[in-house]
Write a protein that binds this ligand. Structure first.
Ligand code: FES
Length: 345
């Protein structure tokens, strides 16, 4: 058995210390140790994991990461999700965050099934030897064998003791990771699955939820829907599920709707298309044509004055989640604790 070198990371101004294995990032090591840190994307894009290195040496996985501004670089700030400690370190962290309910674990996963959903979306089903422990709405990092490419994908099921991890993935034009998933990976292939991560998971306090998903973010919203339907008080809960795409061909009716419908007090399924193609609405079974326009506009139009009654979950392209967050907070006055988004760029 090989042992990886471990370095100790000490947090300035506190007695918090945690071990970081060689090759692991400062962010992931902190979360594995149960230390709550601010973060979202885990891939260098959003900037929410900024910190200062006071002592020690780290390797930067992505020196040109867009999550750091020129000002950050002048002030010698770094990204915890991109820093691999090479020695023991002392760090000054940015905002602390609540600890997530599950500590991330790095393990091997085997591809068991691929289920096509649309012309460019499929559900990939992986299995691990241990239970799949995560909260509805969280994501995992998949390290794909060819080219050692790593990407974040949200789970589209709920935690389970069978070790089953489902991911709805939309093919990205020219995308390295999705071309491996769609074109090269075969049933039986093994990947490294590291997770769960993410703060945009289902909260129980408000029985009224809105789930807004586009692209590969659709899976996270299906997971939140299934999570709400599995709660003991599901029959007193209301969920609005909004899915969006450029045309009706980009949309599908999630199989989870039937199960959720039978358990929730009320479930409303809405679709929106931002392009101009007219066909395909009937196949979704929404009882009407998809909304014509952007997803955040559909949310505003459908919910109207009742918007503030809900807790919002969203996942998808940054333009969609940013537009929704801007509208809800700046125009409609929702508070930060009513919104749960993880930004992926
Ligand atoms: Fe590190 Fe997004 S840049 S979590």
């Amino acid at each position: 058995m090989t042992h990886r070198t471990e370095h100790t990371v000490s947090v300035d101004g506190s007695d918090v210390r945690f071990a970081c294995s060689e090759g692991d990032t400062l962010l992931r090591a902190a979360l594995r140790a149960g230390v709550g840190l601010s973060y979202e994307c885990n891939s260098g894009s959003c900037g929410s994991c900024r910190y200062e290195l006071l002592e020690g040496e780290v390797r930067d996985r992505r020196p040109d990461a867009p999550g750091l501004t020129a000002r950050d670089r002048r002030k010698h700030r770094r990204l915890a999700c991109q820093s691999e400690p090479l020695t023991s370190c002392t760090v000054r962290l940015g905002a602390k965050a609540e600890s997530a309910p599950h500590r991330p674990l790095r393990q091997t996963a085997t591809l068991r099934e691929i289920r096509p959903l649309t012309h460019d979306m499929s559900e990939f089903v992986f299995v691990t030897g241990r239970p799949a422990a995560f909260s509805p709405g969280q994501y995992a990092m998949l390290l794909l064998p060819e080219g050692q490419v790593e990407r974040a994908y949200s789970m589209s099921n709920v935690g389970n003791c069978y070790g089953e991890w489902r991911f709805v993935v939309k093919r990205a034009p020219g995308g390295e990771a999705t071309s491996i998933l769609f074109d090269k990976l075969e049933v039986g292939a093994r990947v490294v699955l590291d997770g769960p991560y993410g703060h945009a998971y289902l909260r129980r306090d408000n029985p009224h939820a809105v789930c807004v998903g586009g692209g590969s973010g659709v899976g996270a919203m299906i997971s939140v829907l299934l999570g709400a339907a599995a709660l003991p008080d599901a029959d007193s809960r209301t969920v609005h599920l909004f899915l969006g795409g450029r045309s009706p061909a980009d949309l599908f009716r999630p199989a989870a709707l039937e199960l959720a419908q039978s358990r929730l007090g009320a479930l409303h399924f809405h679709t929106a298309v931002s392009g101009t193609s007219p066909d395909g609405a009937e196949a979704l079974g929404t009882g009407g044509s998809p909304y014509r326009g952007f997803l955040h506009e559909a949310v505003l139009d459908v919910l109207g004055d009742t918007l503030t009654d809900f807790t919002f979950y969203a996942a998808g392209p940054p333009a969609m989640t940013d537009a929704l967050a801007r509208t809800l907070v700046l125009e409609k006055g929702l508070t930060a604790d009513q919104l749960h988004f993880d930004r992926f760029c």
